[in-house]
Write a protein that binds this ligand. Structure first.
Ligand SMILES: [Zn+2]
Length: 453
């Protein structure tokens, strides 16, 4: 990236610790709050009264690292991203985006006012990307300035691996057929709605910017924050040691914190998994395939003509599939999971109502069409659930003799639903998901209760 016209350099007063031999970031400076006399106030904020502070305001200030009391104020020259010059440009940019969650747009608009300050993009730290400019030796870029630039660097590395086939510029400059989506926690929304677009727009070059910024609120843990340092919460490696990925994937998507914070607790998690994956999806898979194996000799029955119940169902599934596709396209994950679960429940309800096991003696053709419809619906249930629960969906599709991997759901279901797979072999699906017992839930709660350091 060429040098940014939208950057400027200024002198900044910073706190130097002789004992630590370094400049201290604001939060590594502690002292007494001048407003409420709280004794463990940090250089950026007082946790006693909530006031935002500057380190020189603290009384009896000291280093949080070594306790050094002889802190000095030293001047250091730094680079600033001149966001204040770009407010109108950024506002126009936000105004011409579509499909953002409403709260992300209003958070961005709230930041893009005349109060927007220039952002310091360099630091006096030993670790980081060096600033390639005379006079800035020993300084590095601020992580939230350089981290998003790595999105571009990563594609360059990818294209450099096969330069004859790939050109990273096609993704970023004159980008045609590129849809750029960012998925972020809410703390990262300001960097991606203001700072990173300011970097790109401020360069004056035709960089591709995000089309959709899908921000999320917090996932909290049993009523409090997740904390890696206090080992509070469930982290990915430990989560996968105790339960298969699909359980977690299902719960996290079905409960994604899209419009507000969402709290995780094991009782609710176990209840949701038991209900959705064991009672509805798993039960459907086992019941439909067991019956076909028993009553139709391991084949999807070819006999029977669709009746009014099947025609109505097919039309309902058509409408439902269009709605589900819409939720996925609009990145509304909770609604997508809810609609996926609705198809599973619809299929379960259909089998329950038609009860092929009780009509098979009197009306084998009726039992055949009911079973075929239920199995085709089960197949569709797995196909549309695949993006959330790929392992469980693959197990279901394997019973139909289908290879694992992302299945297409482009075919119109109403026509395929009633007549597809006549005479195809089908295997019985063993119970897919077990329910957690009270004892197992308590065990998980105590294993992940968190240990204060
Ligand atoms: Zn205070």
């Amino acid at each position: 990236m060429p040098w940014l016209p939208a950057a400027s350099s200024r002198d900044v007063e910073q706190v130097w610790s002789p004992r630590d031999g370094r400049f201290l970031p604001d939060r590594y400076i502690v002292g007494t709050c001048p407003h409420c006399r709280y004794e463990a106030a940090r250089g950026d904020q007082c946790d006693g009264c909530g006031t935002l502070l500057d380190p020189p305001e603290l009384l009896d200030r000291r280093s949080a690292i070594s306790g050094d009391l002889d802190l000095e104020i030293r001047t250091s020259r730094h680079l600033f991203l001149r966001q204040s010059l770009l407010v109108d440009k950024l506002r126009d940019w936000v105004d011409c985006r579509a499909g953002w969650p409403a709260w992300v747009t209003s958070l961005a608009r709230g930041l893009l006012t005349s109060d927007l300050r220039d952002r310091r993009i360099t630091r006096d730290l030993a670790w980081g990307v060096p600033v390639p400019r005379p006079g800035f030796e020993g300084k590095v870029f601020y992580v939230w300035f350089d981290a998003p630039i790595n999105y571009i660097a990563a594609t360059k590395e990818w294209s450099d691996a096969k330069p004859s086939e790939r050109d990273w510029r096609n993704w970023w400059w004159q980008a045609r057929d590129v849809q750029y989506l960012q998925f972020l926690g809410k703390d990262n929304v300001p960097f991606h709605t203001v700072s990173f677009p300011a970097t790109l727009l401020g360069s004056g070059e035709p960089w591709k910017t995000a089309d959709v910024i899908k921000g999320f609120h917090w996932l909290t843990y049993q009523g409090g924050k997740f904390s890696a340092s206090r080992r509070r919460g469930v982290f990915t490696d430990a989560a996968l040691e105790v339960l298969p990925a699909d359980r977690w994937r299902w719960w996290l998507i079905a409960n994604a914190p899209e419009s507000a914070d969402v709290d995780f607790d094991f009782k609710r998690f176990a209840g949701d998994i038991g209900k959705d994956l064991a009672d509805v999806f798993g039960n459907l898979a086992t019941r439909a395939t067991s019956f076909a194996c028993r009553a139709f000799d391991g084949r999807i029955p070819a006999a029977g003509e669709p009746g009014s119940a099947e025609q109505a169902l097919a039309h309902e599934v058509d409408r439902w599939l269009a709605a589900l596709r819409g939720w996925h396209e609009r990145l509304e994950f909770r609604r997508a999971a809810a609609e996926t679960r609705a198809l599973w429940a619809l299929t379960n309800g259909y089998i329950q109502e038609q009860a092929p096991w009780s009509v098979i003696k009197l009306d084998p053709a009726r039992a055949a069409i009911t079973t075929r419809t239920a199995l085709n619906l089960l197949n569709l249930s797995a196909v549309v659930g695949w993006s959330i629960i790929p392992t469980l969906a693959d197990r279901v599709l394997a019973a139909f003799g289908e290879a694992p991997g992302w299945p297409s759901w482009a075919a119109p279901p109403a026509s395929t639903l009633l007549d597809a797979r006549k005479g195809h072999p089908i295997c019985r699906i063993e119970p897919l998901v077990g329910k957690l017992t009270e004892a197992e839930i308590s065990q998980l709660e105590s294993r992940f209760s968190g240990a204060e350091e």
